[in-house]
Design a protein around this ligand. Structure first.
Ligand code: COA
Ligand code: ZN
Length: 324
């Protein structure tokens, strides 16, 4: 029984990709690099550095090559990037990413809006990209968007999701990320879909990716752990969202979720104090308050002083005598 037992969890930081793609302000390249270098020392399994998308579609990440080339690689951290098509794969390869994170939606409507292709057109192009990656010995993960529902189509059938996972598995990918693009997932749905994916594809590394759009990100994380998921995407500060998914908002916040998981005895390998400090630096970069909560509230056992008149309160209580 995996439920409730402390587990070793592997965290992929997506703030500099999923987060920055949604920011109004272009974050200068040097600031992106400095943030990634800082995050590199905090214990992440992976960092999604950027995306190699069309600069017209995602202007915030138009500097993908420069960021990849300037970051310092921390030992043990996999530096990955999001890739939508062949052109993106060629750019990522030239920039020296450790892993390709391919993207496709399980919803036809969202795939058309986000990637300007039908799902079959995306799959055909990504199949070529997977062959390219194999020739270059670069591992491939596929992020499947909208697996728990689509903001335009509504429900997405689990059979549809399982079908796309199976087709990518047949091409030899190493991992699949189940993305809740607009926070439509709920806990028993998460447990069922994650459990089904693990049971059908035991050789794949399966990652869960939650957005907190409807305040279910933390419970969905616990449901995924209960189903056996050990890899999670999270975004520092809780920034993020897909600009081509109506109603999208931020990912689960790394520091909030890690704080919860630490309390529960799980091992994320992450330095919570370092995350909170890094979130302060991130807030200065994006120039708006972050949705995350633990940085503001402090950790669970942060001690506050009682009110200034506490001694009078005590004296008054004592004056009342026992049972007063
Ligand atoms: N990197 C850089 N430029 C790219 C590119 C890539 N990966 N893919 C296409 N382009 C360029 C082409 O060279 C072409 O340039 P030109 O106008 O100067 O000739 C232009 O973009 C249009 O190319 P086309 O293949 O017709 O792309 P499109 O307009 O149909 O857009 C995508 C398709 C996939 C490139 C685009 O929709 C995209 O980048 N989407 C990503 C969305 C995203 O990241 N969403 C959030 C994450 S889920
Ligand atoms: Zn996302």
């Amino acid at each position: 029984m995996q439920n409730g037992k402390p587990a070793r969890l592997y965290i992929n930081e997506v703030a500099t990709r999923d987060g920055f793609q949604m920011e109004g302000r272009f974050i200068p390249t040097a600031d992106k690099v400095a943030l990634i270098d800082r995050l590199g020392g905090l214990g992440y399994a992976k960092i999604e550095v950027t995306s190699f998308t069309s600069p017209k579609a995602i202007p915030a990440l138009a500097d993908g090559e420069a960021v990849m080339q300037r970051i310092q690689r921390a030992p043990g951290v996999v530096y990955t990037a999001l890739i939508p098509n062949r052109r993106g794969a060629e750019r990522a390869l030239a920039a020296g990413v450790d892993e390709f994170n391919l993207v496709m939606s399980c919803s036809e409507t969202h795939n058309l809006c986000n990637l300007r292709m039908t799902r079959e057109q995306s799959f055909a192009q990504l199949a070529e990209v997977i062959a390219l990656a194999r020739a270059a010995a670069v591992p491939v993960n596929v992020s499947l968007s909208c697996v728990f529902g689509c903001p335009m189509e509504g429900e997405v059938e689990p059979a549809t999701v399982m079908g796309w996972i199976a087709r990518f598995a047949a091409l030899g990918v190493a991992g699949i990320t189940l993305c809740d693009t607009t926070g439509m997932a709920y806990p028993n749905q998460v447990q069922a879909l994650c459990g089904q994916a693990i049971a059908r594809q035991p050789a794949l590394a399966i990652t869960a990716h939650f957005h907190d759009t409807r305040a279910m990100g933390a419970v969905n994380t616990l449901a995924a752990i209960a189903a056996g998921i050990r890899r999670f995407d999270m975004s520092l500060g809780g920034i993020g969202g897909c600009p081509y998914a109506p109603g999208a908002s931020g990912n689960v916040a790394t520091e909030d979720i890690v704080h919860m998981l630490d309390c529960m005895g799980h091992d994320t390998g992450l330095d919570l104090a370092g995350l909170i400090e890094a979130a302060g630096a991130l807030e200065a970069l994006v120039q708006h308050p972050l949705p995350a909560q633990v940085s503001r509230a402090g950790v669970r056992l942060k001690r506050h002083l009682p009110p200034l008149d506490f001694e009078q309160i005590v004296a008054r209580a004592q004056g009342r005598g026992a049972g007063g």
